[in-house]
Design a protein around this ligand. Structure first.
Ligand code: UGA
Length: 449
């Protein structure tokens, strides 16, 4: 008889966990998702998503038990007992934020998840870490699992970092560029091959390695991406000094296959819940390992990135005549990137906040991030549309590259503003289009006219 398919649980139903749970159900598995926050569980059990992520709500509604027409393969709970009884493979998807006032990652949610689950494991189980962690964590967690699990050696750990991007979470989970697993046994490898059989069959490379390498692949990948962005932003600084055009420059170097054109968009830099904190946690961990010298360049990557934000503020101040006091600034974009409602460490909001502190009257509009932005910066002004946001503005700032902003009508906006002055912090608007309608248009790292 054909062996039953492994049953899957997903611990932590934030961004990563909710997407992973829905994707596993889509791949045909029975899935139980756990969160310690009852409201999150209730929301997901209704087939609703607590954040904006294209395609995720649809996927949930196709699988959550009790929803008309759904497969019923996906359920949610707050009970670790239920999870331990149900699952063969347990994915740990809780977050590891930056520690307050330090560079290091806060491991308390990961530790709590393992300490809650392990003592309840009475049947064979593979616990698979997905969270981004300091290298060495898997080793430590494996020892802890061995110490706590009643089932003994039949409870095992594996490490399987996640590379999904917000805005493409569903797509990236179902069709990953690669699957990386850190394992210590053939059984663990076999189980993970079974779980990912679908994507593997479609051609996703499956990289099998040890714990530390698996953990490092994740931080190395994010550090490389951050380095690419800061590299092009450093070139933008030089272009600005030399009156060159960083957009053309990026295009031209990108044609070299060895360089590649992706992640070379110069602008106000990277933000979000991952890249900035992963860089810092990586440096902190390297320091603990006595390898800090190897990563001192990441400090520079981080500071080039932070400089972009203050540069944008400075550019705005200069563009409106040297002082921001009482100036009306319209800010288009609040999220850290388009197709997301996430404002964690958002460069756009950071710039908006700095302008406000320097006395400007700031009005923000974002297609999806308004609620989250307001929660962090209640003192900024908010408008229900781009057109409303720019009304009577002395300057308009484009800070998150939503598609909606590329489709704005420069003539219509021109009627609403006090000054036709636009600063593009993302280099995705067409200067010619705006200049044609009488706008003074400035972009980061591009010639003034
Ligand atoms: C990033 C990685 O891309 C994912 O592979 C990884 O799984 C994820 O972090 C994570 O660690 O969980 P994400 O944070 O969703 O994904 O966002 P990105 O698409 O990487 O963008 C990050 C920031 O860089 C955004 O603020 C974006 O505006 C900025 N960026 C990106 C640029 O300024 N220029 C570029 O060329 C590309």
């Amino acid at each position: 008889a054909k062996a039953a398919r492994p049953r899957i649980t997903v611990i932590g139903t934030g961004y990563l966990g909710a997407t992973h749970a829905a994707a596993m159900a889509e791949l045909g598995f029975e899935v139980l998702g756990l969160d310690v926050v009852p409201e999150k569980v209730e929301t997901l059990a209704r087939g609703e998503v607590p954040m904006y992520e294209p395609g995720l709500a649809e996927l949930l509604r196709q699988h959550v038990e009790g929803i008309g027409g759904a497969s019923g393969r996906l359920r949610f709970t707050t009970s670790y007992e239920e999870v331990a009884d149900f699952g063969d493979v347990h994915f740990v998807c809780v977050n590891t934020p930056q520690k307050h006032g330090e560079y290091a990652a806060d491991m308390s949610y990961v530790d709590a998840a393992l300490d809650s689950l392990a003592p309840l494991l009475r049947r064979p189980a593979l616990v698979v870490g997905k969270s981004t962690v300091p290298v060495g964590s898997a080793d430590r967690l494996a020892a802890r699992l061995a110490e706590l699990a009643p089932v003994g050696e039949d409870a095992e750990l594996a490490w399987n970092p996640e590379f999904l991007r917000e805005g493409f979470a569903v797509e990236d989970t179902l069709h990953p560029d690669r699957i990386v697993v850190g394992v210590r046994s053939e059984r663990a490898e076999g189980l993970l091959r079974e779980v990912y059989a679908g994507p593997i069959a479609e051609g996703s490379p499956f990289v099998v390695t040890d714990f530390p390498t698996a953990e490092l692949v994740k931080t190395a990948a994010n550090s490389f991406l951050a380095t690419k962005i800061s590299f092009i932003n450093a070139m933008a600084e030089v272009c600005e000094a030399a009156d060159g055009d960083v957009v053309r420059l990026a295009e031209a170097i990108g044609y070299d296959d060895r360089i590649g054109g992706k992640f070379l968009r110069a602008g106000i830099g990277f933000g979000g819940g991952c890249l900035p904190k992963d860089l810092r946690a990586f440096m902190a961990r390297a320091g603990e390992l006595g390898a800090d010298q190897a990563l001192t360049f990441l400090r520079e990557i981080d500071s080039i990135n932070m400089r972009r934000r203050s540069h944008m503020v400075e550019l705005t101040r200069n563009a409106v005549g040297g002082t921001l006091l009482g100036k009306r600034v319209a800010v288009l974009g609040a999220t850290f990137k388009p197709d997301s409602d996430d404002v964690r460490d958002s460069p756009a909001l950071n710039v908006a906040g700095q302008l406000h502190l320097q006395g400007a009257q700031v009005t923000v509009y974002d297609p999806k991030g308004m609620e989250n932005a307001r929660a962090i910066f209640p003192t900024l002004g908010y408008a229900p549309s781009a057109l409303e946001a720019v009304r009577a503005a002395d300057v308009v700032l484009h800070l998150t590259e939503w598609r909606e902003f590329r489709e704005l009508d420069p003539a219509a906006l021109g009627e609403a503003v006090a000054e036709r002055l636009l600063l593009d912090g993302r280099n995705t608007l067409d200067p010619a289009l705006w200049r044609k309608d009488g706008w003074r248009f400035r972009a980061l790292g591009r010639p003034t006219a």
